[in-house]
Design a binder for this molecule. Structure first.
Ligand code: NDP
Length: 499
């Protein structure tokens, strides 16, 4: 096929958006407008209003009215499920459009963006079933005079703050579950990647979601995000982003003791034993750090490999890195796209310099790739890494993999757990005892055996240690957005307190 035929074109002009509140689009008016340039091409692609604290107040008020008058929570689970299923259809119908704008704002490959959008359809479909099956409990064992019921009630108005690495996917790992629970939403996407969150609000509206249930307020973290954390009209906040920002939210959320869901950073180990299928493992390890340019909270950024095969295995991974197709995100064949923000590009290159300065050995990559426009970094592999180096300890959030050897199972587990984080981990081995021992003892909210980065709507997401609180997705994800009420029901005549 000729190359041009496999590459989408850039838009002729940036797409103008308003923001979405109380069931309608609100134009930018006299607000500042953020013009986003595509990180893969350096040309403006979207223009999005920068909302203010007053806009946030109006959105929270709309979400509060929509919650309090029970226009959503008062519906049956079946009726809520019908809207979620219609939204799934709406996402499917607009999948190409969503993937296109996601790619333009984020820099990820178009084929990957399409796959992510397909996964989001599944989130809505799965959560629709949960809207119908969510239930409480009953206690029929309290004696003849008492019956106990435990109900699950929606927690209320939920704020969602999302980052720029998976703008649509991360939102869809939350929104359908929150809606299934009966809550209303005010979402703030990253200012760099707001387009697809706004499109989702429109899709939900078109699917019949009542006005005010889903509001999207684009704006900056320090203004709108901070105000959301402090807002007394928000009952729960789901935040995805850096551990640093997440820590700051703990204090802000104290304003009304709002419940916090936090999905934060990771420094995730990939443990490879000599008995693994090394070809599969090398491919998985390359994928685990190359996917989304390593800008994933669950990227497998620390390769911990049995010493007997360490050099051979590092060479196999380097060989995979050489073959990975890095390039224009709009090219259908690209596997690794652009670095999403200028700040992130600078941060990754800073870590690469630091790694060299600290004495790590650069095995592959380590440089910016020049395609004439946009910002790209080659998949990078460091050997001779020690546990005290910053590249081994800090979340780089880029395509940078460090290699550390081990001799025993205990040592592998020790290295894996030697981090403040606990988001995800993988083990590669054909030995069931080793696989289970490592799975049990490594501290991580998500664990993969002979695979990595797998996921889906059924299994929950979240971290141990400083990687966060709570779980998203699966039945656990819906339950997070409910609160439990105990109901004691007396049967028959009361035993009097006052005779
Ligand atoms: P942040 O944690 O700052 O951003 C994540 C989200 O939080 C964005 O929507 C951001 O808004 C918002 N935000 C920023 N400041 C505040 C605040 N004071 N109160 C409330 N919300 C706020 O991440 P960065 O974009 O700055 O990236 C920095 C590093 O964070 C990366 O290098 C990476 O290590 C890590 N990171 C981890 C992610 C993960 O999934 N675990 C995702 C993204 C980043 P806005 O962008 O509009 O300012």
């Amino acid at each position: 096929m000729d190359q041009a035929a496999t590459r989408l074109s850039l838009p002729d002009a940036p797409r103008e958006f308003g923001f979405f509140m109380n069931g309608e689009w609100v134009p930018a008016g006299d607000r500042d407008v953020f013009e986003r340039a595509s990180p893969g091409h350096g040309v403006p692609v979207t223009r999005i209003p920068t909302c203010t604290k007053e806009d946030l107040d109006a959105a929270v008020a709309a979400a509060r009215r929509a919650f309090d008058d029970r226009r959503w929570s008062g519906l049956s689970g079946a009726d809520r499920a019908a809207v979620l299923l219609k939204a799934a259809e709406g996402i499917r119908a607009r999948a190409d459009e969503i993937a296109y704008w996601e790619t333009l704002e984020n820099g990820k490959p178009i084929a990957q963006a399409r796959a992510e959008v397909g996964g989001c359809v599944g989130m809505f479909e799965y959560a629709s079933g949960l809207a119908r099956s969510l239930h409480g409990d009953s206690f029929n064992n309290l004696g003849d005079g008492m019956f106990g019921v435990v109900t699950r009630e929606p927690i209320g108005v939920v704020g969602i703050i999302t980052p720029w690495n998976f703008p649509f996917l991360i939102l869809c790992e939350r929104v359908p579950y929150i809606l299934a629970a009966g809550c209303t939403i005010v979402a703030k996407p990253s200012e760099f990647t707001s387009a697809t969150s706004l499109i989702l609000a429109e899709i939900l509206h078109d699917a019949g979601l009542p006005a005010g249930v889903m509001n999207v307020i684009p704006g900056t973290g320090p203004v709108v995000g901070q105000a959301m954390a402090e807002h007394t009209g928000i009952d729960m906040l789901s935040f995805t982003g850096s551990t640093r920002t997440g820590r700051g939210l703990l204090t802000a959320a104290g304003s009304n003791f709002k419940k916090l869901g936090l999905e934060l950073g990771g420094k995730n180990p990939q443990i490879v034993f000599a008995d693994a299928d090394l070809e599969d493992a090398a491919d998985g390890v390359a994928f685990g750090i190359g996917f989304n340019t390593g800008q994933c909270c669950v990227s497998g950024s620390r390769l911990i490999v049995e010493r007997a095969v360490a050099d051979e295995f590092a060479a196999m991974v380097a060989e995979k890195f050489k073959k990975v197709r890095v390039g224009d995100p709009l090219d259908e064949t690209t596997q690794v796209g652009a670095i999403t923000t200028d700040a992130q590009n600078a941060a990754i290159m800073g870590y690469i310099r630091q790694g060299k300065a600290e004495g790590a050995r650069l095995i592959h990559g380590g440089e910016q790739l020049d395609f004439g426009r946009g910002q790209y970094i080659a998949p990078t592999l460091f050997g001779d890494v020690t546990g005290d180096m910053s590249i081994a300890r800090e979340e780089i959030f880029g395509p940078v993999l460090t290699v550390m050897p081990f001799d025993t199972v205990d040592e592998a587990i020790g290295i894996a757990n030697d981090t403040d984080y606990g988001l995800a981990a993988s083990v590669w081995t054909k030995n069931i005892d080793k696989a289970l021992t490592v799975t049990r003892r490594v501290q991580a909210g998500r664990f993969w055996v002979n695979t990595t980065l797998s996921g889906g709507p059924e299994l929950p997401i979240g971290g141990f240690k400083q990687s966060g609180w709570g779980r998203e997705a699966g039945i656990y994800g819906v339950e997070e957005y409910t609160q439990v009420k105990s109901v004691h029901i007396e049967i028959g005549k009361r035993t009097p307190w006052v005779e």
